[in-house]
Write a protein that binds this ligand. Structure first.
Ligand SMILES: Cc1cc2nc3c(=O)[nH]c(=O)nc-3n(C[C@H](O)[C@H](O)[C@H](O)COP(=O)(O)OP(=O)(O)OC[C@H]3O[C@@H](n4cnc5c(N)ncnc54)[C@H](O)[C@@H]3O)c2cc1C
Length: 452
């Protein structure tokens, strides 16, 4: 009899696990209460990057005169909204078609465990019960709303109400300067809003390389983004068309809209974890071991709800590894995920991407490092593209030459970091990059130069 694998949640973690397990012969049921593709497609990665792409085109148009062109841009908010919706629909259709081609049973409803081997879906047609040999909890997360904020979807917004908001804000106050906060700051300033960014620490992106954060801060300042550093928001009040954010140091920011970018909370409530004996930690996450198994071995958790690294790319990879484990493929060339080697990117302008060891962390523990950094200003392709901002930095082991990490700031950084990600994951050496015959002219030539 095939393995009966029931998955709750159809985001990147759930749908990847479903496709892989089905292709390996499992009988897969995936329960999704909203849309296939998950919050990643509906609210998070895809709409934010679609809007950033439109903002990027506007910025390019503003730079067009430096390329010998005359151009002007007018933002059509209705067309922008249609574009965002169309992309999500295209991705949803493609993902659904893939799942259906693998005979995954798709159930539209809200799932919960009623025992260790039984999952119930509340559907429009009533409750449906499924027996399972293995279960995956992949229910994602949702924006955190502090007790001092009361989003109204009009002028006080969560990230889910900003695609696009009812109108492009005249003046947006963004609370929170982690990855989401800086991406929204970039997005709305590119779309024409005045932006004030409330930064609770002394630098934006507090957990990133200080040099990288400084490039972004300078870029924001050059676009008249106001940075309120060292200020923790405490209250939001609305007066007609105006909103006011008061901070713990007495400063006050005024704008037309406020956007909360202060993290997320896991969707583990109402999942029936207690009924199945699955442990949920104090923060509400459902932790798993290196195979993704919770304390109940045939019940797995993946993606944001598992509380490791909240990235869509990580969620998909966890889903794949879990599907392989469920199907007993651990003996194959099955590598465990090494979260320290995950590449990530911030889709600002310039883009920022990094992978592996961070320079400050390495120095803090006294680790010897070879650090090489080259600016894009010497790269022919970046001059041709008319955007010579940024740099490539590669960290390697001085004794062995093994690539340990790197950061890229500049055009296409999110694509270029893949080269370093392959090197870091596979223990390649700087000489492996240097000896590769690359394309000319290409931004990637700066990688070879930094590796030399
Ligand atoms: C603004 C923003 C931008 C982001 N951009 C990026 C990016 O560019 N790149 C990147 O890698 N990551 C990005 N992320 C993070 C990324 O969105 C998440 O890490 C990713 O969505 C996690 O995938 P998941 O499968 O765990 O959950 P989700 O994508 O959240 O999917 C979970 C699904 O489970 C469903 N569900 C929940 N409970 C139930 C239930 N009881 N029954 C049935 N269904 C249920 C939900 O409806 C949802 O569809 C971004 C996050 C935010 C907030």
């Amino acid at each position: 009899m095939p393995v009966r694998f029931v998955i709750i949640g159809g985001g990147p973690a759930g749908n990847t696990a479903a496709t892989v397990a089905a292709s390996l012969g499992a009988e897969v049921t995936m329960i999704e209460r909203d849309v296939v593709g998950g919050a990643a497609h509906l609210w998070d990665c895809i709409p934010s990057k679609a809007m950033i792409a439109t903002g990027g085109e506007l910025t390019e148009l503003a730079r067009a005169s430096t390329m010998g062109l005359e151009a002007s841009g007018h933002l059509d908010v209705v067309a922008l909204r249609q574009r965002v919706t169309k992309i999500e629909k295209q991705l949803r259709d493609a993902t659904t078609a893939l799942l259906e081609s693998q005979n995954v049973r798709l159930v539209h409803g809200t799932g919960h465990l009623v025992g260790p081997y039984t999952v119930v879906a509340d559907t429009d047609d009533g409750e449906v019960e499924f027996e399972a040999d293995a279960v995956l909890l992949a229910t994602g997360s949702r924006p955190r709303i502090p007790e001092w904020a009361d989003p109204d979807g009009e002028r006080v917004l969560t990230t889910r109400q900003a695609y696009p908001p009812p109108e492009i804000p005249d003046h947006l106050v963004v609370i929170g300067s982690g990855v989401t906060g800086v991406e929204f700051t970039h997005m709305f300033s590119a779309l024409g809003s005045q932006v004030t960014l409330v930064v609770s620490r002394q630098q934006v992106l507090p957990y990133k390389d200080a040099e990288v954060a400084a490039v972004l801060e300078n870029e924001f300042l050059s676009r008249d983004v106001k940075l309120l550093k060292g200020a923790r928001a405490e209250t939001i009040t609305r007066d007609g068309d105006k909103v006011f954010v008061s901070c713990d140091d007495g400063r006050r920011a005024e704008g037309s809209h406020v956007l909360l970018c202060i993290g997320s909370i896991p969707n583990s409530d109402g999942l029936g974890c207690e009924a199945a004996g699955v442990e949920v930690n104090e923060q509400g996450y459902i932790p798993g071991n290196r195979h993704g198994q919770t304390n109940i071995p045939h019940i797995y958790s993946a993606g944001d709800v598992a509380g490791r690294l909240p990235l869509s790319s990580v969620a998909s990879m966890q889903g794949r590894k879990i599907a392989e484990h469920v199907m007993g493929l651990t003996a194959r060339a099955h590598r465990h995920l090494d979260y320290d080697k995950a590449a990530s990117a911030i889709f600002t302008d310039p883009e920022i991407a990094d992978v592996g060891m961070a320079e400050a962390e390495a120095f803090a523990v006294g680790r010897k490092l070879r650090v090489t950094k080259v600016p894009f200003s010497a790269n022919p392709k970046s001059l041709i593209n008319g955007d010579p901002r940024g740099f490539v930095k590669i960290l390697s082991d001085p004794a062995t030459g093994v690539v340990l990490g790197g950061s890229i700031v500049g055009q296409n950084a999110a694509e270029l970091i893949s080269v370093l990600a392959v090197a870091v994951t596979n223990g390649l050496k700087v000489v492996d990059i240097v000896d590769s015959l690359l394309v000319h002219p290409a931004l990637a030539e700066s990688l070879a130069e930094a590796a030399y």
